[in-house]
Design a protein around this ligand. Structure first.
Ligand code: COA
Length: 348
């Protein structure tokens, strides 16, 4: 494992200078004290992903040239297309190796989904070294006005990476992964514009949404209309309370599903690494599952919500801090936009 977070620390007080918010509000509602922002023009999701990947390769005792396949999870890609997988391949200097690269677009549960794909490839004997990355540079796409404050204060930048290899010990490694989705609420936490939807989904749901498209049948002329620009419709949209309620229901469900499938209970769990969505969500899940403080790792206070990067950063940090030891039962769990949610249970 390896992780990379940009140097620049952005405190709640710093945000309070440009947005109508306060350190007190942010800490009370989310637990966040500060987050990191990447260096504009110098850092991107793929460059940060590569930085995390280099650390992971070194610790796994492999050269980047030995990577057989790359899976990259992000919602804030460098480009609309191509994906970050090929960019990180190039950044690592291994593009000439022509190993496959895949992007996963599952937002907060992206890393756990990506891990599950890697697990299938390794288990089937297809690949020996799969690089899995979760990386985000949210700071480039947030609304730094009071209009966007409910979203903007939550998110931060960073990257985490893992090399997934076959284990010589059949009792250790990934025990199971559980992947779920419910597209009913796709727009409750979404980045809708620019897109190729032309208002389709919302109009179908009976929610007329005026994007300011001119009444013409012309194609190919608009990704962002003046109205979208004016109203800031090109920023992430989140119905916070709705997301919160769904998250606190699905997190415990998918954790229990993983444990019960492996014949284990919460008492067997040495470490839960929840996606760092909101400290209150993690605390709710901890309480619901009856876990003590030593069984759950939280770092949202220092990094904010880094979406696809949050699980690998937290896992790596907990392991580096000596909180995860060989043989421990570790559960990763995530929930986010889609809605999608997932868990991965492993014996470390
Ligand atoms: N600073 C100050 N006030 C803010 C604010 C901010 N950053 N963001 C919102 N507010 C205000 C609202 O305008 C609202 O004011 P009003 O009562 O005058 O209308 C008030 O605070 C309450 O807003 P609400 O959205 O109901 O707050 P909340 O308690 O639900 O907290 C979230 C907002 C976003 C922190 C919370 O809903 C949340 O964390 N939800 C889950 C989000 C999440 O986890 N997303 C990622 C999923 S992977």
């Amino acid at each position: 494992m390896g992780y990379y977070v940009p140097e620049r620390v952005v405190t709640n007080d710093e945000l309070s200078k440009i947005i109508d918010t306060s350190d007190e509000w942010i800490q009370e509602r989310t637990g966040i004290r500060e987050r990191r922002y990447g260096r504009k023009h110098e850092e991107t999701p793929s460059s940060m992903g590569a930085a995390a990947a280099r650390i992971a390769c070194e610790r796994a005792g492999i050269q980047p040239e030995e990577i057989d396949f790359i899976i990259f999870a992000t919602l804030s890609p460098d480009y609309y297309f191509p994906g970050c997988g090929v960019l990180v391949q190039r950044e690592l200097g291994i593009a000439n190796r022509e190993a496959g690269a895949l992007d996963v677009r599952n937002q907060c549960s992206g890393f756990v989904y990506a891990l599950s794909i890697a697990d299938q490839f390794v288990r089937s004997g297809t690949y020996k070294n799969v690089l899995v990355i979760g990386s985000e540079m949210h700071s480039m796409g947030l609304d730094f006005t009071t209009r966007g404050r409910n979203v903007t204060v939550i998110f931060g930048d960073g990257a985490g990476a893992a090399i997934i290899q076959p284990s010589g010990d059949p009792d250790r490694g990934i025990l199971n992964t559980k992947l779920h989705a419910d597209g009913t609420y796709a727009e409750k936490l979404a980045f809708i514009n620019p897109g190729s939807h032309g208002g389709y989904h919302l109009n179908k749901m009976g929610e007329e949404f005026d994007y300011g498209y001119p009444p013409s049948d012309t194609y190919g002329e608009i990704f962002l209309t003046p109205k979208m620009m004016e109203e800031g419709q090109y920023y992430p949209n989140m119905e916070g309370q709705f997301v919160f309620k769904y998250a606190v229901q699905k997190f415990p469900e998918v954790i229990k599903e993983a444990l019960s499938d492996a014949g284990l209970t919460t008492a067997d769990l040495n470490m839960l690494i929840p996606h760092q969505a909101n400290l209150r969500i993690s605390q709710f899940v901890q309480k619901r599952l009856g876990l003590n403080d030593d069984q759950v790792w939280n770092n949202i206070q220092r990094f904010g919500n880094t979406t696809a990067a949050s699980v690998p950063i937290a896992l790596c940090e907990a392991w580096e801090a000596g909180k995860i030891k060989d043989g421990d039962i570790v559960c990763l769990a995530a929930f986010g936009s889609g809605f999608t949610w997932a868990s991965a249970l492993m014996r470390w």
